[in-house]
Design a protein around this ligand. Sequence first.
Ligand code: GTP
Length: 349
Amino acid sequence: MKKKVLLMGASGSGKTSMRSLIFSNNPASLTARLGATIDVEQNHVRFLGDLILNLWDCGGQDAFMDSYLSTQQSTIFQHVGVLIYVFEVESRNREKDLEYYRNCLDALRRYSPDASIFLLVHKMDLARPPREQVLERKAEELRQVSGDVPVTVYGTTIHDESLYKAWSGIVHTLIPNASVLSRHLAILAHACSATEVILFERTTFLVIATSNPPAAPSFSAPPLITSTPSSSFTSNGFTSTSTSTSTRTTSTATVTSQHAVNVPEPRENDPHQLAPTRYERTSELIKAFKYSCSRVREEFHALEMELGEFTAVLDELTRNTYVLIVVHDPTIETAALRMNIRLARQKFE
Ligand code: GTP
């Protein structure tokens, strides 16, 4: 099953940068070197089993946009599953951006009326505070321009985890059996006495599904993992060791300490609350760690974290996925969690 995803927006709005972070594991610092996209660049990413994401990164220069909306209209806009339209939060060409967006919406209505539409208000790091208000104003403007077409708006920047939140949300809508997956993850969570089990796509580390425990168990939950943008685990109090085997290299990180950075603390009267940004933060951190591994020519395979309050094991589940198991019971050994992952593999393949 192939899902066509159109990535559109003005030139310089940041489309290729986000693609390079999410799909090619590059750090934000390298995006400044990216050249303008000429015409359309296509990528294929295999998600779970049969689901293939066919991403069309459409160069945003006026000449290309005009051509997508005229001679190439049917090629570009037919069979679209998702349109992701990127707007710079502080654009100097606001009117022109909106005009192109309106024209793209019309073309999409004609050729792919069922496509889902996601609008990214991007480069939020450049917005003048208070950023929530800036985003809300921009989102309102975009909803008005979209008229009766339903749209989902996210505020994003390549400099924090917001990009992963948006893309995980988008990808989640493309996965047909997400609720079945969640049920299986809940069974795995139960078997491991885990607080939560999270399934990630292998290349992008976007969240595919979670076990979503209905009633949180009784524990005092610190933020799952904390980070500063594009930092490596080592600089954050994580230590990493790498060991080579004859068949593959395993990079293992052990968390020895942590410092909360911009993570909402659990409320005093509610010790069960987990940090709401934990999924996208984990995606961002693992990607940063994978990048660190690649710089020392090691391949990332698995991760274990042991803190006083919780243990987490991240390991391959299937060819296209990783699973993260988080446990708050100190009597449960990581080896047991790894064994359960091994045993669960067949079910998920
Ligand atoms: P075209 O290929 O011409 O359509 O442009 P594009 O939309 O692909 O833009 P691109 O990804 O090449 O990004 C343009 C510039 O924006 C690069 O220098 C990026 O480093 C920068 N950029 C991308 N995302 C962000 C962001 O979130 N914040 C900031 N401050 N800069 C960003």
